[in-house]
Design a protein around this ligand. Structure first.
Ligand code: SF4
Length: 293
Protein backbone atom coordinates (compact mmCIF):
# COMPACT_ATOMS: atom_id res chain seq x y z
CA UNK A 1 0.00 0.00 0.00
CA UNK A 2 1.45 3.40 -0.92
CA UNK A 3 2.07 6.21 1.56
CA UNK A 4 -0.99 8.31 0.61
CA UNK A 5 -3.34 5.32 0.76
CA UNK A 6 -2.02 4.44 4.24
CA UNK A 7 -2.67 8.01 5.41
CA UNK A 8 -6.11 7.98 3.80
CA UNK A 9 -7.06 4.68 5.46
CA UNK A 10 -5.99 5.84 8.91
CA UNK A 11 -7.83 9.16 8.60
CA UNK A 12 -11.01 7.47 7.36
CA UNK A 13 -10.78 5.01 10.27
CA UNK A 14 -10.56 7.91 12.77
CA UNK A 15 -13.47 9.78 11.11
CA UNK A 16 -15.67 6.64 11.21
CA UNK A 17 -14.63 5.97 14.82
CA UNK A 18 -15.60 9.54 15.77
CA UNK A 19 -18.96 9.15 14.03
CA UNK A 20 -19.69 5.94 15.92
CA UNK A 21 -18.67 7.40 19.32
CA UNK A 22 -20.03 10.96 19.37
CA UNK A 23 -23.74 11.64 19.03
CA UNK A 24 -23.45 15.39 18.52
CA UNK A 25 -20.58 15.53 16.08
CA UNK A 26 -19.55 18.29 13.69
CA UNK A 27 -16.54 19.12 11.54
CA UNK A 28 -14.79 22.48 11.26
CA UNK A 29 -14.30 23.66 7.70
CA UNK A 30 -11.94 26.62 7.49
CA UNK A 31 -12.08 26.47 3.64
CA UNK A 32 -8.30 25.89 3.56
CA UNK A 33 -6.63 22.93 1.84
CA UNK A 34 -6.32 20.74 4.96
CA UNK A 35 -9.93 20.91 6.09
CA UNK A 36 -11.04 20.55 2.47
CA UNK A 37 -9.04 17.29 2.29
CA UNK A 38 -10.85 16.31 5.50
CA UNK A 39 -14.21 17.00 3.87
CA UNK A 40 -13.12 14.90 0.89
CA UNK A 41 -12.04 12.01 3.14
CA UNK A 42 -15.38 12.18 4.93
CA UNK A 43 -17.26 11.95 1.65
CA UNK A 44 -15.18 8.86 0.84
CA UNK A 45 -15.74 7.40 4.34
CA UNK A 46 -19.53 7.62 3.95
CA UNK A 47 -19.87 6.96 0.21
CA UNK A 48 -20.42 10.53 -0.91
CA UNK A 49 -22.59 11.66 2.00
CA UNK A 50 -21.44 13.73 4.99
CA UNK A 51 -23.53 12.51 7.96
CA UNK A 52 -22.87 15.50 10.28
CA UNK A 53 -22.80 19.30 9.92
CA UNK A 54 -19.77 21.23 8.73
CA UNK A 55 -19.10 24.35 10.79
CA UNK A 56 -17.43 27.52 9.62
CA UNK A 57 -16.48 30.32 11.99
CA UNK A 58 -16.63 33.43 9.83
CA UNK A 59 -14.52 36.29 11.22
CA UNK A 60 -16.04 38.65 8.63
CA UNK A 61 -12.50 39.28 7.35
CA UNK A 62 -11.99 36.14 5.27
CA UNK A 63 -10.85 36.72 1.69
CA UNK A 64 -13.91 36.98 -0.60
CA UNK A 65 -12.98 33.95 -2.75
CA UNK A 66 -13.01 31.76 0.38
CA UNK A 67 -16.65 32.50 1.15
CA UNK A 68 -17.65 32.07 -2.51
CA UNK A 69 -15.87 28.69 -2.56
CA UNK A 70 -17.55 27.62 0.73
CA UNK A 71 -21.04 28.39 -0.52
CA UNK A 72 -20.47 26.89 -3.95
CA UNK A 73 -19.28 23.52 -2.64
CA UNK A 74 -21.69 23.50 0.32
CA UNK A 75 -24.45 23.49 -2.32
CA UNK A 76 -22.71 21.18 -4.80
CA UNK A 77 -21.84 18.55 -2.16
CA UNK A 78 -25.18 18.96 -0.35
CA UNK A 79 -23.45 19.85 2.91
CA UNK A 80 -25.36 20.55 6.13
CA UNK A 81 -23.50 23.87 6.56
CA UNK A 82 -23.52 25.90 9.79
CA UNK A 83 -21.92 29.34 10.08
CA UNK A 84 -21.25 31.24 13.32
CA UNK A 85 -19.79 34.67 14.04
CA UNK A 86 -19.08 36.89 17.07
CA UNK A 87 -21.66 39.49 16.05
CA UNK A 88 -21.33 41.35 19.33
CA UNK A 89 -17.56 41.97 18.94
CA UNK A 90 -18.06 42.98 15.30
CA UNK A 91 -20.88 45.40 16.22
CA UNK A 92 -18.71 46.95 18.97
CA UNK A 93 -15.74 47.01 16.55
CA UNK A 94 -13.57 45.09 19.03
CA UNK A 95 -11.29 44.02 16.19
CA UNK A 96 -7.73 44.57 14.99
CA UNK A 97 -8.78 45.88 11.54
CA UNK A 98 -10.92 48.52 13.29
CA UNK A 99 -7.79 49.55 15.20
CA UNK A 100 -9.26 48.94 18.65
CA UNK A 101 -7.55 45.76 19.90
CA UNK A 102 -4.37 43.76 19.26
CA UNK A 103 -4.32 40.87 16.82
CA UNK A 104 -4.31 38.37 19.70
CA UNK A 105 -7.39 39.99 21.25
CA UNK A 106 -9.10 40.16 17.87
CA UNK A 107 -8.42 36.42 17.27
CA UNK A 108 -9.77 35.71 20.76
CA UNK A 109 -12.96 37.61 19.91
CA UNK A 110 -13.57 36.59 16.31
CA UNK A 111 -12.15 33.05 16.39
CA UNK A 112 -11.87 31.53 19.90
CA UNK A 113 -15.00 33.11 21.41
CA UNK A 114 -16.97 32.76 18.18
CA UNK A 115 -15.99 29.08 18.03
CA UNK A 116 -16.99 28.46 21.66
CA UNK A 117 -20.35 30.17 21.18
CA UNK A 118 -20.99 28.41 17.88
CA UNK A 119 -20.13 24.96 19.22
CA UNK A 120 -22.06 25.39 22.47
CA UNK A 121 -25.08 26.89 20.70
CA UNK A 122 -25.02 29.93 23.00
CA UNK A 123 -24.25 32.17 20.02
CA UNK A 124 -26.40 32.62 16.93
CA UNK A 125 -25.86 29.96 14.29
CA UNK A 126 -26.95 30.11 10.67
CA UNK A 127 -27.76 26.98 8.70
CA UNK A 128 -27.74 26.73 4.91
CA UNK A 129 -31.16 25.99 3.46
CA UNK A 130 -30.31 23.83 0.45
CA UNK A 131 -33.67 24.64 -1.20
CA UNK A 132 -33.30 28.42 -1.14
CA UNK A 133 -29.48 28.65 -1.03
CA UNK A 134 -29.83 31.10 1.91
CA UNK A 135 -28.49 30.89 5.48
CA UNK A 136 -31.24 30.88 8.12
CA UNK A 137 -31.05 31.42 11.87
CA UNK A 138 -31.00 28.04 13.60
CA UNK A 139 -33.74 27.56 16.18
CA UNK A 140 -32.73 25.89 19.49
CA UNK A 141 -29.15 25.02 18.53
CA UNK A 142 -27.73 22.00 20.39
CA UNK A 143 -24.12 21.88 21.62
CA UNK A 144 -21.59 19.80 19.72
CA UNK A 145 -19.69 17.37 21.98
CA UNK A 146 -17.23 16.15 19.35
CA UNK A 147 -15.62 18.27 16.66
CA UNK A 148 -13.38 16.98 13.88
CA UNK A 149 -10.62 19.43 12.98
CA UNK A 150 -8.06 19.38 10.13
CA UNK A 151 -4.92 20.35 12.06
CA UNK A 152 -1.58 18.72 11.17
CA UNK A 153 1.22 18.08 13.67
CA UNK A 154 3.90 19.55 11.36
CA UNK A 155 2.05 22.83 10.81
CA UNK A 156 3.28 24.70 13.88
CA UNK A 157 4.61 23.84 17.35
CA UNK A 158 1.46 23.68 19.45
CA UNK A 159 -0.34 21.37 16.99
CA UNK A 160 2.35 18.70 17.45
CA UNK A 161 1.10 18.33 21.05
CA UNK A 162 -2.40 17.27 20.00
CA UNK A 163 -3.80 13.73 20.21
CA UNK A 164 -6.10 12.15 17.62
CA UNK A 165 -8.84 12.37 20.27
CA UNK A 166 -8.00 15.43 22.35
CA UNK A 167 -10.24 16.44 25.27
CA UNK A 168 -11.12 20.04 26.18
CA UNK A 169 -12.84 21.04 29.42
CA UNK A 170 -16.31 22.56 29.77
CA UNK A 171 -14.89 26.00 28.91
CA UNK A 172 -13.29 24.49 25.80
CA UNK A 173 -9.83 25.06 27.35
CA UNK A 174 -6.96 22.71 26.49
CA UNK A 175 -4.90 21.14 29.29
CA UNK A 176 -1.93 19.86 27.30
CA UNK A 177 -0.37 17.84 30.14
CA UNK A 178 -3.51 15.85 30.91
CA UNK A 179 -4.24 14.32 27.56
CA UNK A 180 -4.53 10.51 27.43
CA UNK A 181 -1.70 8.59 25.70
CA UNK A 182 -2.50 6.93 22.36
CA UNK A 183 -0.19 3.92 22.12
CA UNK A 184 -0.37 1.37 19.31
CA UNK A 185 -3.33 3.06 17.62
CA UNK A 186 -5.59 2.64 20.69
CA UNK A 187 -7.65 5.77 21.12
CA UNK A 188 -9.49 6.87 24.23
CA UNK A 189 -12.96 7.90 23.07
CA UNK A 190 -14.95 7.65 26.33
CA UNK A 191 -14.69 10.86 28.29
CA UNK A 192 -16.52 12.27 31.33
CA UNK A 193 -19.90 13.91 30.59
CA UNK A 194 -19.46 17.54 29.57
CA UNK A 195 -16.04 16.93 28.00
CA UNK A 196 -15.72 18.48 24.59
CA UNK A 197 -13.46 16.42 22.33
CA UNK A 198 -11.48 17.62 19.30
CA UNK A 199 -10.70 14.87 16.80
CA UNK A 200 -7.68 15.24 14.50
CA UNK A 201 -7.61 12.71 11.63
CA UNK A 202 -4.87 14.61 9.73
CA UNK A 203 -2.21 14.77 12.47
CA UNK A 204 0.25 12.59 10.50
CA UNK A 205 -0.08 14.41 7.17
CA UNK A 206 2.55 16.88 5.93
CA UNK A 207 2.01 19.87 3.64
CA UNK A 208 3.43 17.80 0.75
CA UNK A 209 1.12 14.85 1.55
CA UNK A 210 -1.87 17.21 1.41
CA UNK A 211 -0.88 18.58 -2.00
CA UNK A 212 -0.03 15.14 -3.40
CA UNK A 213 -3.44 13.90 -2.23
CA UNK A 214 -5.18 16.91 -3.78
CA UNK A 215 -3.28 16.06 -6.98
CA UNK A 216 -4.16 12.35 -6.86
CA UNK A 217 -7.85 12.91 -6.08
CA UNK A 218 -8.26 16.05 -8.20
CA UNK A 219 -9.82 17.94 -5.26
CA UNK A 220 -10.97 21.49 -6.06
CA UNK A 221 -9.30 24.12 -3.84
CA UNK A 222 -9.58 27.90 -3.56
CA UNK A 223 -7.84 29.71 -6.45
CA UNK A 224 -5.86 31.83 -3.95
CA UNK A 225 -3.41 28.95 -3.57
CA UNK A 226 -2.16 29.54 -7.14
CA UNK A 227 -0.07 32.22 -8.80
CA UNK A 228 -2.52 34.11 -10.97
CA UNK A 229 0.00 36.26 -12.78
CA UNK A 230 1.74 38.29 -10.07
CA UNK A 231 4.17 35.50 -9.02
CA UNK A 232 2.58 35.28 -5.58
CA UNK A 233 0.29 32.72 -4.01
CA UNK A 234 -1.12 31.96 -0.57
CA UNK A 235 0.46 29.02 1.19
CA UNK A 236 -1.97 29.28 4.09
CA UNK A 237 -5.34 31.08 3.98
CA UNK A 238 -6.81 33.37 6.62
CA UNK A 239 -8.18 36.86 7.24
CA UNK A 240 -7.08 39.39 4.62
CA UNK A 241 -5.68 42.00 7.09
CA UNK A 242 -3.30 39.42 8.61
CA UNK A 243 -2.33 37.02 5.81
CA UNK A 244 0.28 37.57 3.12
CA UNK A 245 1.06 35.53 0.02
CA UNK A 246 4.50 34.02 -0.67
CA UNK A 247 6.65 34.48 -3.77
CA UNK A 248 5.89 31.59 -6.08
CA UNK A 249 5.42 30.87 -9.77
CA UNK A 250 3.17 27.84 -9.13
CA UNK A 251 0.00 28.08 -11.21
CA UNK A 252 -1.28 24.50 -10.74
CA UNK A 253 -1.34 21.70 -8.18
CA UNK A 254 1.42 19.92 -10.14
CA UNK A 255 3.56 23.07 -9.89
CA UNK A 256 3.01 23.28 -6.12
CA UNK A 257 3.98 19.63 -5.61
CA UNK A 258 7.15 20.21 -7.64
CA UNK A 259 7.90 23.43 -5.77
CA UNK A 260 7.55 21.76 -2.36
CA UNK A 261 9.82 18.91 -3.47
CA UNK A 262 12.60 21.36 -4.30
CA UNK A 263 12.78 22.20 -0.58
CA UNK A 264 12.24 25.89 -1.33
CA UNK A 265 10.07 26.25 1.79
CA UNK A 266 11.92 23.73 3.98
CA UNK A 267 13.10 26.42 6.40
CA UNK A 268 10.10 28.73 6.12
CA UNK A 269 7.12 27.99 8.35
CA UNK A 270 3.93 27.26 6.44
CA UNK A 271 2.06 29.89 8.45
CA UNK A 272 4.84 32.49 8.17
CA UNK A 273 2.39 34.75 6.33
CA UNK A 274 0.00 34.74 9.31
CA UNK A 275 0.73 37.81 11.46
CA UNK A 276 -1.25 36.60 14.51
CA UNK A 277 1.19 33.65 14.95
CA UNK A 278 4.08 36.11 15.34
CA UNK A 279 2.19 38.06 18.00
CA UNK A 280 1.55 34.84 19.92
CA UNK A 281 5.30 34.35 20.40
CA UNK A 282 5.88 32.60 17.09
CA UNK A 283 3.41 29.82 17.83
CA UNK A 284 -0.23 29.61 18.75
CA UNK A 285 -0.06 27.85 22.07
CA UNK A 286 -1.65 30.61 24.15
CA UNK A 287 -4.48 31.14 21.69
CA UNK A 288 -4.98 27.41 21.19
CA UNK A 289 -5.16 26.71 24.93
CA UNK A 290 -8.03 29.15 24.90
CA UNK A 291 -9.96 27.37 22.17
CA UNK A 292 -8.35 28.64 18.93
CA UNK A 293 -8.34 26.15 16.05
S1 SF4 B 1 -6.50 36.90 11.79
FE1 SF4 B 1 -6.51 39.16 11.98
S2 SF4 B 1 -8.55 39.88 11.38
FE2 SF4 B 1 -8.64 37.63 11.67
S3 SF4 B 1 -9.38 37.38 13.73
FE3 SF4 B 1 -7.15 37.33 13.87
S4 SF4 B 1 -6.44 39.46 14.18
FE4 SF4 B 1 -8.62 39.50 13.57
Amino acid sequence: MDHLTKLENKSIHIIREAYSQFKDLGMLWSIGKDSTVLVWLTRKAFYGHIPFPLIHVDTNYKIKEMIEYRDRFAREWNIDMIVGQNEDALAKKLTFPDGNVSRIECCRNLKSQALKDTLSGTGKRYRLNQDTGEYELEENPKPFTGVIVGVRADEEGSRSKERYFSPRDKQNDWNIGEQPPEFWNYYKTDFAPGTHVRIHPLLDWTELDIWEYIQRENIPVVSLYFNQGNNKRYRSLGCWPCTSPVDSESRTVDDIVKELKTGKFANIAERSGREQDKEDGGGLEELRKDGYM
